[in-house]
Design a protein around this ligand. Structure first.
Ligand code: CTP
Length: 398
């Protein structure tokens, strides 16, 4: 049976060129059995007529707070729906949501929403990359709004850049993940490590890697949404940490070790996604090192292995590691799983810089002597949900 059968979806359409794509999206949802209510802004109506959506859904389309005064439509719509989708989401609606503006039906409904809200931004690349929009996106992320990221490609201005509405498949997949979510981790304590570490050479120079922490953040958000009490030990990143999660900011591998190993003892589930630097400069100069003539030799020493220490210590929780590999992926990962005493390991291919900093990834989970599940390629948010499903349904039941 379709994951959408009988599910109530509120689709908020705002005023961008991509509004025409929302009609196809509506049809796809209806064909999968969803009951779709459409709310439109006045600007959206300039692009697509409400009649189109009314015909596709077989239901009334809402665009004014005063359409049906007897039933307070903005509250009723978000009470009846299981998920709200804003597609396309313009820079304007993103700014209004970040500010709490409620000056029309769509903004009022979204402000009143206690259901998951999935936002699919679509706009010109300069508008998307503008600091104000990026700051608003950060604010919304930290408040628990969920996103399906725009794609790069041909924009309405006949230019190429980021800002195209995500594909129909990506939006449907993200919605499906939200609808499939349960309180499967209620009462559980989950500890996650994420992000890079920085190993200082002097106050302004360090050794690090391109990790952004996106995987750890997505897992922390997903675990919290499933009812867990989540601690995220997070290395330096520009990404906003998720709402409803205790975040412990760390810088170096030693900081991460100090913050994670103790709390891991009492966690039910530990997932180590951090890209921890394996070496650090042996000495750190308190002042900026002067360059002088010629080359510099820096002696690098090993950092502590956070996950190996967690696996070694006596614990009752499930311990899951990540393996970033460029060759012999599964053989190397199984060796890592045994060496670090893990219950499972998620393998990703980082050849050619894949995985790091990207919005999508592909994962395979290995456990026990022969357990294996391919989670496929998807956004890091969708993969986070699939990984938790796999840990709950496959790893812990074997
Ligand atoms: N890890 C850790 N502390 C370290 C190094 C790695 O906690 N100092 C964790 C990572 O978070 C990941 C797992 O160990 O969950 C494997 O990390 P990876 O970088 O793939 O492997 P390494 O142990 O560093 O081995 P190698 O670099 O030789 O592949």
């Amino acid at each position: 049976m379709s994951a959408f059968a009988g599910k109530r979806v509120l689709l908020c359409v705002t005023g961008g060129i991509a509004a025409y794509k929302s009609a196809a999206l509506t049809s796809a949802l209806v064909q999968r059995g969803a009951i779709v209510d459409v709310a439109m802004t006045k600007a959206a109506e300039e692009f697509v007529g409400p009649l189109t959506f009314a015909a596709l859904t077989g239901r009334q389309v809402y665009s004014s707070l005063w359409d049906a005064p007897e039933s307070i439509p903005h509250i009723r719509l978000v009470r009846e729906a299981q998920v709200a989708l804003v597609a396309p989401a313009t820079a304007d609606i993103i700014a209004k949501l970040a500010q709490g503006v409620a000056d029309d039906l769509v903004t009022s409904a979204l402000l009143a929403a206690r259901i998951p809200v999935l936002i699919a931004p679509a706009m010109n690349d300069a508008m998307y990359n503008d600091q104000a929009t990026q700051a608003n996106l950060c604010t919304l992320r930290s408040r628990g709004y969920e996103f399906v990221e725009p794609e790069s490609g041909f924009l309405a201005e006949r230019e190429t850049g980021i800002g195209r509405l995500a594909s129909e498949d990506a939006i449907l997949q993200a919605l499906e993940t939200i609808l499939a979510r349960t309180q499967s981790l209620k009462g559980k304590r989950v500890l996650i490590t994420g992000g890079p570490t920085r190993e200082a050479f002097d106050p302004v120079r360090f050794v690090s890697n391109p990790s952004t922490g996106a995987t750890g953040i997505a897992l922390a958000r997903e675990a919290a949404l499933r009812g867990a009490t989540v601690t995220l030990v997070l290395g330096p990143t520009h990404l906003a940490p998720p709402a409803g999660v205790e975040v412990v900011d760390v810088v170096s591998a030693q900081d991460m070790y100090d913050a994670a190993v103790g709390p891991a003892q009492t966690a039910d589930l530990i997932i180590a996604t951090a890209a921890v630097s394996d070496w650090r400069p042996e000495t750190t100069s308190p002042q900026k090192a002067k360059k002088g003539e010629g080359d510099l030799d820096v002696h690098m020493v090993r950092t502590p292995d956070v996950l190996a220490a967690i696996g070694r210590e006596k614990h009752t929780g499930i311990v899951v590691g990540f393996a970033a590999e460029t060759e012999n992926h599964e053989t190397n990962a199984r060796e890592k799983m045994a060496r670090k005493h893990l219950d499972a390991i998620a393998v990703n291919d980082v050849a050619g810089g894949r995985g790091f900093g990207a919005q999508t990834n592909a994962l395979t989970v290995l456990w026990g002597t022969a357990g294996r599940r391919d989670l496929g390629a998807a956004s890091k948010e969708v993969l986070a949900a699939r990984l938790l499903d796999c840990i709950i349904n496959d790893v812990t039941s074997d």
